[in-house]
Design a protein around this ligand. Structure first.
Ligand SMILES: Nc1ncnc2c1ncn2[C@@H]1O[C@H](COP(=O)(O)OP(=O)(O)OP(=O)(O)O)[C@@H](O)[C@H]1O
Length: 219
């Protein structure tokens, strides 16, 4: 770094000029998003705007046609439809993911199950769970390895009010530890919670003015 120059702000995710089409149907046309540590970002758009497409690209599960994606740290991804094995119990899912991430123990998994309030289903199979509880398990698995940035596709859709509040407690805890969270949604109830709100329109992201003073990322 040159003497006197300021260091570039840390980012946990940077997407630049992202393009994606399905056949001849362009969905993303130069979308840009930068997320810093501890930031809470909402990507808002109407049905069919391309939110899930963008999130899949950010998660690395869908290739982009053009553009760049940089995720220097670890990433957790919670898709809209839970990807679970219906024959495995909650506890078995935790054990599999702990092994996959080479984590030393199940402590964080059990903590998340407790925080989200579904301990009583530890021995139920995913096939026996309600949609909302499956979503909690999905979220638990995405958070197990304590990723630097968590990508959530419509996370609170199936949640009851108490779970919705617990979800925000969990997000507050993540942010306090500098973990970033990107939420895509077609509805934002509480704008003030977010550092950045970006509207996805015509395949591009436009940041809205935020009421948070510590807003230091741009879309
Ligand atoms: N695999 C696919 N093949 C072809 N077209 C697709 C595919 N996935 C999505 N699309 C189309 O791309 C557009 C964007 O879809 P996407 O699911 O990303 O939007 P969204 O904003 O997440 O929508 P919603 O709010 O309804 O979930 C839509 O017109 C959709 O029909």
């Amino acid at each position: 770094m040159a003497p006197g120059s300021t260091p570039a702000p840390a980012t946990v995710l940077r997407a630049t000029d992202v393009h994606k089409s399905y056949g001849k149907h362009p969905v993303l046309r130069g979308a840009e998003l930068t997320v810093g540590p501890g930031q809470l970002v909402a990507v808002v758009g109407e049905n069919g705007a391309g939110k899930s497409t963008l999130l899949k690209i950010l998660a690395g599960v869908l290739p982009l046609d053009r553009g760049e994606l940089a995720v220097p740290g670890t990433l957790g991804y919670c898709p809209q439809e839970p990807v679970l094995n219906t024959a495995l119990t909650v506890e078995q899912h935790l054990r599999y993911f702990v092994a996959a991430h080479r984590l030393p123990d199940l402590d964080r998994g059990h903590e998340l199950v407790r925080l989200l309030g579904y301990e009583r289903y530890a021995r139920s199979t995913a096939g026996q769970l309600s949609g909302g509880t499956r979503q909690k398990l999905n979220l638990t698995l995405a958070l197990l390895h304590d990723p630097d940035v968590l990508l959530l596709d419509e996370p609170y859709q199936g949640f009851d009010w108490e779970t919705y509040l617990r979800f925000w407690d969990l997000v507050d805890d993540l942010r306090a530890r500098d973990r970033a969270v990107v939420i895509i949604t077609h509805l934002v109830f509480e704008q003030d919670r977010f550092d950045v709100l970006a509207d996805l329109n015509d395949g591009r992201l436009t940041p809205r003015a935020s009421s948070r003073e510590d807003n230091h990322a741009g879309a």
